[in-house]
Design a protein. Sequence first.
Length: 740
Amino acid sequence: MAKLPLEIPQIIKQFGPTLNHVPAGGWVASEEEDKMVKTHCCFCGQQCGIQLRVRDNKVVGWEPWEDFPFNFGKLCPKGVKRYMQDEHPDRLKHPLQRVQGEGFEPITWDAALSRVTSAIQRIQQTYGNDAFAVLTGASLTNEKAYLMGKFARVALRTSNIDYNGRLCMVSAAAASKKILGIDRSANPWSDIPKAKVILVAGANIAECAPITTDYLWQARENGGKLIILDPRLTPIARNADLYIPVRPGGDIGVFNGMLHVMIERGWIDRDFIAQHTTGFEQVAEAVKKYTPEYGARIAGVPAEMIVRAAEMWGPAPSSFLMHARGIEHHSKGVDNCMAAINLVVASGRIGREGCGYAMITGQGNGQGAREQGQKCDQLPGGRDISNPEHRRYIAGVWGVPEESIPGKGLSAVPLIEAIHEGKIKGLISICFNPTVSLPDSNYVRAALEKLEFYANIDCFLSETARYADIVLPGSLMEEDEGTTTNVEGRVIRHCKVVNPPGEAREDWKIICEIARCLGHGDKFNYLSPHDIFEELRVASNGSVSNYYGMTWERIEQNNGIFWPCPEPGHPGTPRLYEGGKFGHPDGKAHFMPVEWRPSAEMPDDDYPIILTTGRVVSQFLSGTQTRRIGALVDQYSQPLCEMHPLLAQKLGIADGDFVRVESRRGRVVVRARVVKTIRPDTVFIPYHWPLDRSPNNMTIRAIDPVSNIPEFKICAVRVSRTEQPTDPIAQLEVQAGGIR
Ligand SMILES: Nc1nc2c(c(=O)[nH]1)N[C@H]1C(S)=C(S)[C@@H](COP(=O)(O)OP(=O)(O)OC[C@H]3O[C@@H](n4cnc5c(=O)[nH]c(N)nc54)[C@H](O)[C@@H]3O)O[C@H]1N2
Ligand SMILES: Nc1nc2c(c(=O)[nH]1)N[C@H]1C(S)=C(S)[C@@H](COP(=O)(O)OP(=O)(O)OC[C@H]3O[C@@H](n4cnc5c(=O)[nH]c(N)nc54)[C@H](O)[C@@H]3O)O[C@H]1N2
Ligand code: SF4
Ligand SMILES: [Mo]
């Protein structure tokens, strides 16, 4: 496929430059020696260690940080190119206000803050506190996540705060809490190579958790066997001992079918079950009907595959199960995860070296950001906002009356619905790009248009920021400092590498300033993120995710500390559930019976094909950052619709053709990519692009009843060949002369 004619200034004007910026006058040799700063990648939950090279308050390159004991110097394409976003000309450097019909104009911080404050006051006085909502993000540090939860409850006194982790980890979190009692991966990654069988469900490891690939290789080198469940033969699946091409939404057929076979053949640990668990009998009863044949019908795969999986997993001496969004992004996401965890507990292989379970965290601080109190139903330390004891403790830390802390608010999707219904009139968001990342984008855009006031804090003018009345320039990860908690539960330290450019400010300063303008300065008078961490430690004390015993200094000295770390000097807890001691008050794991049910929208005569969505290695989430890094754009420049040759032939589509993919809610026109690595009944489109290229035009607003995660991984579509792209870039491609 030929490249886009990038020199066309129109493209640059409409979509922002994809080439990396060279400052006017070119790069000038510096007098000073470059400074190397050890810190971490800003993108995914692996949180790889990296050294950034700094010259004249600019990040100009990187070096591996070889002794950081997670990635040992290894990085993926995004980590390597990440620094190139810093100097991008689109970087927001001034507060902006929207001028009706004319776009944005810069304004002073004083004017911007005063508009934000008066809009909050007016809306809350007119419609009540809950009419002003807060949306936040899990790319924020622990300190900022903590600050946002406190800001909503103390400065705004609104119950309506939620975060983009709602689109990400919440199904895994809920399932883990229900069965194991704690919401965290159970093991450090160093346990993976010691497992003799590894089951990976719904995780495109090589593209989305690239460093984990290395741990799986090591397991293979040690003789470990690999089982993969995915409708697509992803790069890691190509190396599997058993690849099960499950139909989207069908995983419970495989998990329950495996357990059925394991019980029948005596491959469960009866002693462990008797001593350390409750509820096994109900689960055994529930899986009785899940013969391999029945499970196979649900999963759309041969029954022998389920039997083979049980034969590999059942009698293994050690094992590791890991999953990601492939089984979680469902209206039965929690049930999918519980069916998987039941397999782990039934085998008794957890809480030991080489035996365990992990949910692969997505966002940079996907783990930590969901513990610090920015979820609509949680207070810091993962505490329950409806529990009087939990409320009293946090009220004490914050120095406010307990009754002033609002109750449970709306999660992300219902929050957007409440905007439509006129119940929410104002919004402030930070680190979230919902017009690209929420399902049913047309509905989301219509909601944002209904707001009386919207303020957005970001580093770039994201597609969502374009709907804002005021845009406040915040900080990139390297422009601020704090901690995050990686995929293993290891709390690590991000160092400040450079200052925010121009008038941009560190996010935490912006939030504290708004709180001060609202008259709550006394509760937000932190001098640094370190001050916030010191309060967070106390707020988490006594909770499950206890950070009390950590200090920034110790975190740095030890290359991270795993929570819980309940008192100063405590070494942290890399492996949970040792000795079969689980997180529930009775110390046991609680089996949960799971019954398969259909997805919210199954294919039918009108929309006969399954659409599933996800990621590619060189792009990150809604793409605000990675679509601005030229080298990453070159690697995968536009969303392609993956389809099997059998389906393509049936529809008269050839590789590279434009195809129209449409659901009951919306459509895209993108190019087809005909590959043998996907089930013939399913098409896949990555979601990192906005507007005409966004599969979220088509996805469905159905959510899991427990976790409220949207069903990104399955909806019904029809696909047809078309000559006419609707997307302006694609139109330019066609004009530029028949690209194939
Ligand atoms: N390159 C890159 N890496 C990332 C990110 C990124 O945007 N880009 N984002 C980060 C974040 S926030 C997240 S959440 C993670 C996501 O990491 P992953 O969950 O690994 O990525 P996805 O592509 O969303 O989905 C994973 C796989 O699920 C499969 N799948 C779809 N439906 C089903 C199903 O019903 N059952 C099963 N078993 N599989 C199914 C898809 O074919 C896909 O291969 O990645 C993190 N890392
Ligand atoms: N169809 C479909 N949709 C999906 C998914 C899918 O698999 N399929 N996956 C879902 C998942 S798992 C996720 S996690 C969501 C993610 O969805 P989003 O939250 O929308 O994704 P991001 O691109 O991370 O948006 C974060 C915004 O924050 C900004 N930002 C980054 N770091 C900082 C910071 O430190 N400070 C500030 N102020 N801003 C910052 C970025 O520039 C960006 O504009 O998307 C979900 N949407
Ligand atoms: S694997 Fe994740 S954390 Fe590591 S370099 Fe890549 S994006 Fe960054
Ligand atoms: Mo995610």
